[in-house]
Design a binder for this molecule. Structure first.
Ligand code: NMX
Ligand code: MLT
Length: 437
């Protein structure tokens, strides 16, 4: 058994009594009431999910297993010659809560390599889809197709379900899936946009390095990939992709069913598709100006035009955050320290939007958070390194988001979380409760 799985088993055994005690002895303790606005308005702020993998503070932003983004990057073992850590080491950290040693990290690197071969039938499924299908549709379909290989589903079918040990099957499925996602994403990219020519993985490279290679993009795109996947991994449990994955898994659906569903949520324009929308918006705007970087006045007018036509400013606002997303800041720092990128016209425009949009949104007076989120900054980096097909950007998000979602559903199984089933009420009941009928 791998060190990661061994450590995870120990952590699960230690954790279980805490959950059992909370339910048995403190189950009646209230975490707050639910208002009508929350019931109608997307359950905003209702505390009814539990995760220890990440926590989102509205002012500070995300912490992965208690660590801020800079602390995470500083703590994890780095790929030799690279500024960013192994994604595989980050997986170890999200799963167990421990920072792995280099040796433990390299064990995961080897484990993922062994599991990374994409089945031929998945390639067949992808190739059978119309080439103009959205890459997120292809990505989600590929994940769903692999459900036939689920170890959890097979053992369940054969009557081998055991509440105490079933997390192990989830862990195996999650790891098998995780190891294949980057190669599948790169395959979709090259099939759709690069004349259907493909590049084999190099057994000497880590996940980030191989992703860059299979995409056909030179260094430092390997570091961009590592940074991107880690930054997009998890954002506590209430966001649409994580919540959907958890919800579907709560019916004892396996990792493939669950994460395919999570990806379908990620594909929505208010969630992960916003990174594609940002680039579309920015590019259209620059095209109208003949490719020139606009003045602040021109930009302000374009932002108002967008708002006045009833659209949202993509990449701005957030359901929980009330300040600039540290994932935005982290990518901005990457741009500022990268020669060429820091003077790149598109980056200048993105920076100008950062100066102008919060004021416009504040004056508009609707968005509770006028500051940028992760999606406002990610596309420009991809564009700079030649990945200009912005339909593909949410797939990149989806590769990263899997790290958090799959770690979460492994723990869901381990802690025996119940099938999710909140209660609904009718509009008349709300009116009764409000005394307006
Ligand atoms: N531009 C214009 N209006 C906005 C924006 C924005 N960027 N953000 C929020 N609003 C509006 C929102 O549509 C709502 O209007 P109405 O009352 O007419 O329904 C009002 O402000 C209040 O919304 P909030 O409570 O501030 O935001 P909410 O929690 O409902 O939604 C988002 C959060 C992220 C969905 C929202 O801010 C948004 O649509 N942003 C643009 C899309 C985006 O960047 N999504 C990516 C989020 C990050 N991710 O990767 O998933
Ligand atoms: C995310 O990363 O999931 C987004 O920022 C949306 C969210 O947290 O609600």
């Amino acid at each position: 058994m791998s060190t990661l799985k061994e450590v995870l088993r120990k952590k699960i055994d230690e954790h279980r009594p805490r959950t059992v005690k909370l339910i048995k002895e403190c189950g009646d303790v209230s975490l707050g009431e639910v208002t009508i606005a929350q019931a109608i308005g997307g359950a905003r702020g209702v505390k009814c999910l539990v995760t220890d993998i990440s926590y989102l503070d509205p002012m500070e932003g995300i912490r992965f297993r208690g660590k801020t983004i800079p602390e995470t990057f500083a703590a994890l073992p780095k790929v030799p010659g690279s500024d960013y850590p192994y994604v595989e080491g980050f997986w170890y950290m999200l799963m167990t809560g421990d920072v792995p040693t280099m040796e433990q990290t390299l064990e995961v690197v080897e484990d993922w390599k062994k599991r990374s071969q994409v089945p031929e039938y998945v390639i067949d499924v992808l190739r059978a889809m119309p080439r103009d299908s959205h890459p997120m549709t292809m990505f989600s379909t590929a994940v769903l197709a692999m459900q036939r290989d689920s170890i959890f589903a097979k053992n369940y079918r054969e009557g081998k379900f055991n509440k105490m040990t079933c997390w192990e099957d989830m862990y195996e499925d999650a790891t098998n899936l995780m190891a294949k996602l980057a190669p599948i994403a790169a395959y979709i990219y090259r099939m759709k946009y690069k004349g259907d020519t493909h590049i084999d993985a190099d057994p000497n490279l880590d996940m980030g390095g191989n992703f860059a290679r299979m995409m056909g993009v030179d260094a430092p795109y390997d570091d961009v990939a590592r940074m991107y996947f880690i930054l997009h991994s998890d954002h506590e449990s209430g966001n649409v992709s994580a919540h959907t994955t958890h919800l579907v898994a709560s019916a004892l659906s396996d990792a493939y069913y669950s994460y395919s569903a999570g990806l379908n949520g990620l594909a929505g324009p208010l969630h992960g598709l916003a990174n594609q929308e940002v680039l579309g918006w920015t590019q259209d705007f620059m095209a109208k100006l003949g490719g020139e970087v606009p003045t602040k006045e021109q930009l302000e007018k374009a932002l108002w035009d967008t708002l006045n036509s009833g659209q949202v400013i993509p990449g701005y606002g957030h359901a929980v955050l009330r300040k600039t997303d540290p994932r935005y800041s982290s990518q901005r720092e990457f741009c500022l320290k990268t020669e060429g990128l820091k003077d790149y016209p598109l980056f200048k425009l993105v920076s100008m939007i950062y100066e102008v949009a919060p004021g416009v949104l504040q004056e508009h007076g609707k968005a509770k958070n006028p500051w940028p989120n992760v999606d406002a900054q990610s596309g420009v980096i991809q564009w700079y390194y030649g990945v200009t097909e912005y339909d593909f950007y949410t797939v990149l998000f989806g590769v990263g988001r899997a790290i958090g979602c799959l770690a979460n559903i492994t723990w869901d199984r381990a802690l025996g979380y119940a099938i999710e089933r909140p209660k609904s009420v009718t509009t008349a009941m709300l009116e009764d409760a409000a005394g307006i009928k």
